[in-house]
Design a protein around this ligand. Sequence first.
Ligand code: PLP
Length: 411
Amino acid sequence: MTPTTDSRTHLIPDCSARPGDDPIFALNAEAVKRAAAGESVLNATLGALMEDDGTLAVMPVVQEALSGVPFKRGAAYAPIAGESRFLAAVIRDTFGASPLAAQSVAVATPGGTGALHHAIVNLLAPGDALLTASYFWGPYKTLAQHTRRRIETHPMFDAGGHFDTGSFEEALVRQVGSQGRALVLLNTPCNNPTGYSLDERDWAGVVSAVRHATQLGPVSLLLDLAYAKFGAAGADGWVRHVQSLAGDALVLGAWTASKSFAQYGARVGALIAAHPDAEERTRLFNALSFSCRGTWSNCNHTGMLAVTELLENPALRARADGERDRLRTLLDERVAAFNTGAQAAGLRYPRYEGGFFVTVFANDPERVAAAMRDRGVFVVPINGAVRIALCSTPRKDVPRLIEALAKGLAT
Ligand code: PLP
């Protein structure tokens, strides 16, 4: 919608014609309505991991940790930048034994969304564009628009189905040349919407591209780690690659408890920034803390204290890992069933080894999604593909999903 100068609205022109409803939530609402009217509906739109019985998958140890937080501690304000034990815990959780852990500062944010917000407003000037792959999580654009920045994309896949490091390098170098700086959002492992995780070869190309661009101007590389705990074995190899960049590029991680602790509602997250220079770290921490004060002030104290225990208390951490393993198995069984069925049906989609979503390429995604809805199967049409939330698709319904996809693509 285009901005309006309509004198009947109190809203400033930029904000006077905002879309009211998130398209994914609108599709979900239709699915829920039709199911309530008695239809057999398969709702593969929403990004939360559901049990096979359709209820939200949760981790009981998280509830225990939340209720173990002394009421008067949780009820008090958290420090503006977040509890220092919490911040140290998420840095350790992200970088493990890597030297990056000792070179990091962090601030608490409401989920990964808050972390993305702070990166955008501190590392790009108004009018600048962030750079991300052509298949990206829609709110990247909302966050950029809302903060008066923009978004530019590069083609995500090359002809061989790999991450297109050539296009990435070209776009990054062009962008640093034109705006004097760049902020790259890289959502891996388990990209939303494609499910794709960068492999060793992709990472070698990304590191070399970023290194090249840093010779032209400052580059910040943000890893969106929303689904990191759901990657296939070895998906955490990214740390080894980015640590070679620290100092040349600013390495950032958007950490969140939403998926890793199945705790979407507590809004616990952090933005981590790694740099070998202590003065730069102080500047970063001060700027990010200022943004905390200037947006949400401070974050959910109870959630932050509970997640600290889940990360730092060995017994609770072991239980959390075990409960998460069960959730991973739930999802991995669906991923395996999808891969078997989709390959047999000849569907075209990127390498998919784990994660909440996968996309199947389609020439006319709107038409495919509409044809699938006629069969009671709800997926999200995006540019060049339909997005399927296997996280909310029961294992037994995967064959129905694939049949609907194959028929939808054939219409
Ligand atoms: N990044 C990606 C790619 C996501 O899909 C999501 C949530 O769906 C997020 C970040 C942020 O989620 P939250 O703010 O709940 O941590």
